[in-house]
Write a protein that binds this ligand. Structure first.
Ligand code: SF4
Length: 138
């Protein structure tokens, strides 16, 4: 790509990637090196390795080299005691008269075949609500 760009009188730049090529900041890069973070630092409880240049990124990274949301914000949230709920679908967000919000949701159980409309609606309230929709709110 760089050579092609040069022939066209253009420049090519390496984009910043959220991938660990070195085991810790400032260390020498190398493929498949254990990352400095301990297993308990990520919510999977599995050790991570530096990028092996295998090119499987489109299917996810089995080495944990990609600094994806599960390894960053969600793992940090768990360390700080966050209550993570998978299989929950928010149906409504309501502002409360006393301040704060109520979040109405249904739970999707893996073995249930009933339709959404027959599911029990649950509700939880909070003083502050962050809607991040798969992005990191920090
Ligand atoms: S899938 Fe392979 S190439 Fe992509 S970040 Fe992970 S180790 Fe690197």
């Amino acid at each position: 790509m760089r050579e092609a760009a040069e022939r066209l009188g253009l420049t090519a730049e390496r984009p910043p990637l959220a991938i660990s090529f070195a085991p810790e900041p400032g260390a020498a890069p190398g493929p498949g090196l254990p990352l400095a973070d301990a297993e308990e630092d990520n919510l999977h409880g599995v050790g991570r390795r530096t990028c092996r240049l295998c090119g499987e990124c489109d299917l996810g990274c089995n080495d944990g080299a990609k600094n994806s949301l599960d390894h960053t914000c969600l793992s940090a949230a768990r360390r700080h005691g966050a209550d993570r709920r998978t299989g929950h679908e928010v149906r409504a967000v309501r502002a409360l008269a006393r301040g704060g919000y109520a979040v109405d949701y249904v739970r999707h159980e893996p073995d249930e075949e009933e339709g959404l409309e027959s599911r029990t609606l649950h509700s939880i309230s909070c003083d502050r609500l962050v809607l991040a929709a798969g992005t990191c709110p920090v």
